[in-house]
Design a protein around this ligand. Structure first.
Ligand code: GUN
Length: 300
């Protein structure tokens, strides 16, 4: 059982991005620009957005945060997106999800120019991924691919089970793995016989957002386990259910635990696994920076 360390992979990619940023600056006098648009003040979103701004600043990407009220209208968001679409200093636009309930996410996301769509959520970019000619890839699945590549885990020919069918992670992840010649089964909350399907998997990608959802009994010995979940567990009595004993005290001090979708006892059966925290999480923000640089390069 070995750990796939997302921090190591993330640091390596940040070094590569740093070199690319220096080249863009020296040869073309260009600094990639990222606009992050956030409506409302959801605490988890605020923390993600802060980590995006912090990393952008650290590695030398120009980032701007546009904060709108939770009551913002579709028209107000559309006006901000239109301004950023037209701004030559903005190469990449991100609208933080989830949006307040009264807004239709597609009506907002579809307005981002496909050539500035840093999340690859636009139907054009998702369609290109399905056709195996993607130009930009959603950050989390791209981070998973980079972890697999770093540790020389080739998904070609493997039986892969992706759990979760969101357009952020599950669906593009399934397409990207199929494009790399994996045999992919895409499961979700309504899948009948999930445990039996999972027991056949050589590689599992879990993106369901439920702590400890995949248990040790559902995992084939020697499987590769990739845990995309970042779940906030607030009740102290649940720490015991979802977290190894060695972590209780730390979590008790903080008042909450962060845990993945795969139960920690399953990791003992795995050949390789990504921990939470410290697995896929660090890659997601790093891949956002990678995509920002990529869009900047493509704009030239
Ligand atoms: N909310 C949670 N993950 C993401 C992401 O990758 N992109 C955006 N825009 N919002 C998110």
């Amino acid at each position: 059982m070995s750990v796939l360390d997302g921090k190591v992979v993330s640091e390596k990619i940040q070094l590569e991005i740093g070199l690319e940023l220096a080249r863009l600056r020296n040869e073309h006098g260009v600094v990639p620009g990222l606009a992050v648009i956030m409506a409302g003040d959801d605490p988890a979103s605020r923390s993600y957005v802060q980590s995006k701004s912090k990393l952008a600043e650290k590695i030398g990407i120009r980032s701007e945060l546009v904060k709108l009220a939770a009551s913002a209208s579709a028209g107000e968001i559309a006006a901000v997106i239109a301004a950023k679409n037209a701004d030559p200093l903005t190469h990449a636009i991100l609208v933080q999800m989830p949006l307040p309930k009264h807004l239709d996410p597609w009506a907002v996301l579809d307005r981002i120019a496909p050539e500035k769509d840093v999340d690859a959520f636009h139907p054009l970019n998702q369609g290109l991924i399905l056709q195996n000619r993607g130009v930009i890839f959603p950050c989390t699945p791209l981070g998973v691919m980079r972890i697999l590549d770093h540790y020389a885990i080739d998904p070609a020919g493997m039986d892969v089970v992706v759990v979760g069918r969101s357009f952020l992670v599950g669906k593009p992840m399934a397409a990207m793995l199929a494009n790399r010649n994996a045999t992919v089964t895409l499961c979700h909350s309504r899948t009948v016989g999930l445990a039996a399907i999972l027991r056949e998997a050589g590689l599992v990608v879990a993106a369901v957002g439920k702590p400890g959802f995949i248990t040790a009994e559902m995992v084939r010995p020697g499987a590769v386990l990739i845990d995309v979940g970042i779940n906030h567990v607030a009740r102290e009595e649940d720490f015991e259910k979802f977290c190894p004993r060695s972590q209780y005290e730390g979590f008790k001090k903080k008042g909450y635990a962060i845990t993945g979708d795969i139960h920690y006892q399953a990791f003992a059966k795995a050949a390789h696994y990504t921990p939470v925290p410290g697995g896929v999480g660090p890659l997601t923000v790093t891949m956002l920076m990678h995509n920002t640089v990529e869009l900047c390069k493509r704009s030239r």
